[in-house]
Design a protein. Structure first.
Length: 159
């Protein structure tokens, strides 16, 4: 991972402390220190060695938080920072993440559809509902995560 190099300067008017920057984003200060350890942040240092954050550091924090909000890991965010100028590498990483996200959305949509049906189902016992029975049969056929399985193929200890 590429480590950012700390910069040393006198504290200008626009600079803020670690506590002030953390509070601005609702973070604990140890989060910013962790991100610095990972090389995601490289705050300036004042003459006493204390961290001094400027507008570009605040922007970096905002980018990290945006990346986390869309589901990227800190390692993936670091890889994006490292390959910022490499369009192909960036697209490869983002396409892989998009595909994972689309699969999660599809699973969540299917789950929501099942719940919506259960809420509207007229069956007295949901276990007798044809729609529910179809889902159970599918689960028996596919098993966990789409792997074919049948109850007789599953050891009793795992049933």
């Amino acid at each position: 991972m590429i480590r950012a190099t700390p910069r040393v300067l006198c504290m200008p008017e626009s600079a803020v402390t670690i506590g002030e920057l953390a509070a601005r984003f609702g973070l604990a200060t140890h989060v910013l220190r962790h991100w610095e350890d990972l090389g995601l942040l490289a705050p300036h240092r004042d003459s006493g060695g204390r961290r001094v954050y400027r507008a570009d550091d605040a922007e970096t924090v905002a980018v990290i938080l945006l990346g986390k909000r869309v589901g990227l890991s800190l390692n993936e965010i670091a890889r994006l920072f490292e390959s910022a100028a490499d369009r192909d590498a960036r697209r490869e990483l983002l396409r892989a993440h998009r595909d994972q996200l689309a699969a999660r959305i599809a699973r969540a949509t299917a789950a929501l559809d099942t719940i919506e049906h259960a809420l509207e189902c007229d069956a007295m016992d949901f276990r007798s509902c044809l729609h529910f029975r179809t889902k159970v049969d599918e689960a028996l056929r596919l098993g966990v995560d789409g792997v074919a399985a049948h109850p007789v193929d599953v050891p009793l200890s795992e049933r």
